[in-house]
Design a protein around this ligand. Structure first.
Ligand code: GLU
Length: 444
């Protein structure tokens, strides 16, 4: 049986790094097994689901280099869900409940205050026909719950190992809203059956859902797939990785931080595994080493600094033709291969080239406080052509002639050449500035 898996985002917001990691791990698993990867849009929440989020999620996945072999949207499958609903009602596995959200929350609070787990009391199950009719007369519409069997539920999780629950410890999940529309649990299980998923990979926030889903698979007449629950990422300190942090959306990593997609892929694919985190420039190597056995149950820490380090390492090895288009899209000038090769080892983000470009090409307003010293130094400038040694040769010479050293030697030269007190390495800058511009700046 070949592997078939899905990534099932809800298009109710931007793609967050945590979800991108779930997508990536699922995709890597599929690709490592020559399997099938489906993108399933979980858009049953019609009010919160937005087409623009769906597009943005797809753009994020594509940017990270993922492609899908098929795609489905839950809103296109309502007829099928209604058929299964009819079947489950016939089988007595769905029962109507009339509690309002306030009543449910009161029940929960009461149980918790008595130190009991907030499990739904199944009041709906014992309503008489008269009581139901009375609620309906009051204008109440029922939501429907799935009646779990109070029996052990067990599975062998590909990450967590053997997991066991008892149906009696779970609340019967709500599968149908008051307006008759089906909810995530039901649609997800039906889709996993109909699209013949062999494995379900998702975050560990779904572990107890899985316990209920396993009984739903059986009730609908299918065998449950295998499950892999990924521990959720935490922040660097081990706290919750906030979804609200905009910078942790794939959109912002791409558009605001302007990171290299392979830096994100390198980090997200290896976090929480026994493999070292390395900078990969090609996903093939990651696919070749992918194995669920390497994933641990511990909470992986997402560290933005680590992401930047990987980004820098990838850029340092990136050939000119891979960035040429993005460089010219910056619209600041003709950054040729020589320029790229000179600045490449010195940048963390691609956008850092802008600073280098501006210092190299100007306009620069030189800062000259000690005109005599700067003029003396200008007279000692080496002849062209300039290379990475030029700065050292020149300053050795200036040191010898003027007796200056340290900051009093370098700083006036930096200020005159770049118009700034700090900035890119002068050994790299000198050949980019060139003798002509350097002389003008020193003589300003
Ligand atoms: N839409 C669900 C989520 O984003 C999918 C979970 C699943 O993979 O079943 O959490």
């Amino acid at each position: 049986m070949s592997v078939k898996v899905r990534f099932a985002p809800s298009p109710t917001g931007l793609l967050h790094v945590g979800n991108a990691r779930t997508a990536l791990v699922t995709w890597l698993f599929a690709r490592s097994q020559n399997g099938h990867f489906m993108l399933r849009i979980d858009d049953t929440d019609q009010e919160r689901s937005k087409e623009e989020y769906e597009i943005e999620i797809e753009n994020g996945l594509k940017w990270l280099g993922m492609s899908w072999d098929s795609k489905a949207r839950q809103r296109d499958r309502m007829d099928r869900y209604q058929d299964v609903i009819a079947q489950l009602k016939d089988d007595g596995r769905l029962y109507p409940c009339y509690e309002t959200p306030d009543e449910l929350s009161l029940k929960r609070k009461t149980l918790l205050s008595r130190g009991k787990p907030p499990i739904y009391d199944r009041a709906g199950l014992s309503l008489t026909d008269e009581q139901k009719a009375k609620y309906e007369q009051e204008g109440r519409k029922p939501h429907w719950r799935f009646k779990l069997n109070h029996a052990p539920i067990e599975w062998d999780d590909m990450i967590r190992g053997p997991v066991s629950f008892d149906g009696a410890d779970l609340s019967d999940p709500v599968l149908i809203r008051e307006d008759g529309s089906p909810l995530y649990h039901l649609c997800s299980v039906i889709d996993d059956i109909d699209y013949e998923m062999t494995h379900v990979v998702r975050g560990e926030d779904h572990v107890s859902n899985t316990a209920a889903h396993i009984q739903m698979f059986e009730a609908i007449g299918s065998q449950a797939p295998q499950f892999a629950h990924l521990p959720l990422l935490s922040d660097k300190e081990g706290g919750k990785l906030s979804k609200r942090l905009g910078s942790l959306s794939v959109h912002d990593l791409r558009e605001v931080e302007k990171l290299e997609p392979m830096a994100v892929v390198s980090l997200l694919s290896r976090l929480g595994t026994s493999d070292p985190i390395e900078a990969f420039d090609d996903v093939k190597q990651i696919i070749a080493t992918f194995d669920f056995a390497k994933f641990s149950r511990g909470t992986p820490k997402f560290d933005a600094e680590e992401l930047l380090r990987l980004n820098a390492r990838i850029l340092h090895d990136t050939p000119y033709d891979h960035v040429q288009e993005r460089l010219s899209d910056m619209g600041i000038g003709d950054m040729d291969e020589a320029f790229w090769m000179a600045v490449r080892p010195n940048i963390t983000r691609l956008s850092d080239v802008v600073e280098w470009w501006q210092v190299a090409n100007g306009p620069v307003t030189p800062i000259i406080e000690d005109a005599d010293y700067v003029a003396d130094a200008a007279a000692l400038l080496p002849d062209a052509p300039w290379d990475e040694q030029t700065w050292k040769i020149w300053t050795d010479h200036v040191k010898e002639k003027t007796g200056r050293k340290g900051k009093s030697l370098f700083m006036p030269l930096r200020q005159a050449l770049t118009g700034m007190n700090h900035g890119p390495e002068l050994s790299v800058l000198m050949p980019l500035i060139g003798p002509e511009k350097a002389k003008k700046r020193l003589a300003a």
